[in-house]
Design a binder for this molecule. Structure first.
Ligand code: FE2
Ligand code: FE2
Length: 267
């Protein structure tokens, strides 16, 4: 099966890019399943029922998130009832929402067969990030039960430090189909398949306006660094790109066969 992961969708330009480009990408890459990080989908910070619905309607099957998940208060509604939205797994026990899910996919290549189950896991790093529970220990436990249901498992590791991201993915090599990083909004060029069969990319990048600083207007960010004073960071507008990666997975073994990094322009 083939799945597409889309890096952090930033604001309306990011949502527009998904709506415009995803139908074409589904066709072109014969995608069976699409996962997108939506932590910045509402005005660049957080996610609301409205922005989540737009993303699902555009053809995304599951939305993952990260540290910005909590920025809009309406997110609580989503966390209470929307099983297709994941939050980082390693929040303390009792936090609303869920960090993993198993979803059914009817692959067009296997219409006669029963649907394929895809496990999706969202975990957050804690190096240069708000302190959470240990992502390595939490992920290992969760992967153990997910593997009883399916060997096809995708992990969005939302983290800042490249060392933590690589170590985390190496730790899960052979246990999951893919680990793709998010959060830095800068796409890395290190896509590869580890010896155990886990596809890896340190950061998928972000989907939104790239004539910007990580999706925000340039001037206020420069001013913030110059003066140290808080500024309003509006979402930028120009040079909109969809960033992500297509991963081909062997259905039987759950091992990755191929990983292709994407940077798709709106024009
Ligand atoms: Fe983000
Ligand atoms: Fe983030």
């Amino acid at each position: 099966m083939k799945l597409l992961f889309i890096g952090d969708i930033v604001g309306q330009p990011g949502r527009n890019a998904v709506q415009t480009l995803l139908p074409k990408l589904r066709e072109q890459h014969k995608l069976d399943f699409v996962i997108a990080n939506g932590e910045n989908s509402a005005g660049g910070s957080g996610i609301t029922p409205k922005t989540a619905e737009e993303i699902f309607s555009a053809g995304v099957d599951v939305i993952t998130s990260g540290d910005h998940l909590w920025d809009q208060k309406e997110v609580m509604e989503l966390l209470a009832g929307e099983k297709r939205l994941l939050r980082p797994l390693n929040y303390p026990p009792g936090t609303p929402g869920q960090g993993a899910g198993v979803f059914e996919v009817q692959s067009p290549k296997s219409k006669a067969q029963s649907p394929i189950s895809v496990g999706v896991l969202n975990v957050q790093g804690r190096t240069f990030m708000p302190p959470l529970e240990n992502p390595f220990l939490f992920a290992a436990e969760e992967v153990k039960w997910l593997r009883e249901l399916t060997k096809i498992i995708f992990v969005d590791f939302h983290a800042e430090a490249t060392s933590e991201k690589i170590a985390f993915a190496r730790f899960l090599d052979g246990q999951v189909s893919a680990v793709v990083g998010t959060h830095t909004h800068v796409q890395t060029a290190d896509e590869q398949i580890f010896p155990g069969g886990t596809a890896y990319l340190t950061d998928a990048g972000f989907t939104g306006p790239h004539e910007s600083v990580l999706g925000r207007e340039i001037e206020p960010v420069i001013k913030r660094f110059l003066t140290g004073m808080p500024q309003r960071f509006d979402v930028a507008k120009n040079h909109v790109l969809l960033h992500g990666a297509v991963i081909e997975i062997d259905d039987a073994s759950g091992k990755a066969v191929k990983i292709l990094r994407l940077s798709e322009s709106m024009v």
